[in-house]
Design a protein around this ligand. Sequence first.
Ligand code: DGL
Length: 275
Amino acid sequence: MADTRPVGIFDSGVGGLSVLRALRARLPHEHFIYVADQAHVPYGSRSLAEVRRFAEGITRFLLTRETKAVVVACNTASAAALHALREAFPATPFVGMEPAVKPAAETTRTGVVGVLATPATFQGALYASVVERFARGTRLLEHTCDGLVQCIESGDLHGEAPRRILENALRPMLTAGMDTVVLGCTHYPFVIPLIQDIVGPEVRVIDPAPAIARQTERVLAARAALNAADAEGRVTCYTTGNPQEAAAVMGRLLGEPVAVRALAWKGSALQEPSR
Ligand code: DGL
């Protein structure tokens, strides 16, 4: 039996579209509801408790849309809330992000790996546990790339500002012998061409999105919750910011035109303004 319910997916802004893009490629028959919490972007400089409250509010909204699973397409929200979300909503399967330190540690030849992620992600227990489990014997060089999320939110993927931020982060890592870069923030896959230009073709840049899409497929298949193979999946996007401004950037990043609807926070709840 086909399960026509949508999959929910969210991020602080447009970053989770790097995951949605991989999900659309892997699961073209599924419907998706994407929430960009642009009223609160960036999440990365906020406290984990605050980000957890946002993640819970967004999840409650997604569940009013009958979502059959929720993809937390944000490393920061996963660090802050994944555990709490699974406890608070036990009937819903959640797929979350963690920096891809494991595949990096397995394949690095120099033993030096760069990790780009937000301050909140680096502070969370999830990152500490990944490092503890998988990075023994690997030297991890961490950088928070302050301001890069805002560049990507405004659609600046190639300009002077993102180049300067990335050069500051990556050049010292190269000098230290780094041969692998882990993208621990879902915004960053959108600047892979710029990163690759700075680090050169020999350095491996790990985008976790395809692995998250495969994991989502496994989770749905295990619950017999995939949609019919002849269905044509749809994407519905919401933002807590300005929907007109968001539509152009979101369509460009996702690689397909999207209509973006408005959502507003009322205390800790999200509501769709009556149209
Ligand atoms: N895209 C997010 C992440 O993966 C959040 C970035 C931010 O809002 O600071 O961490």
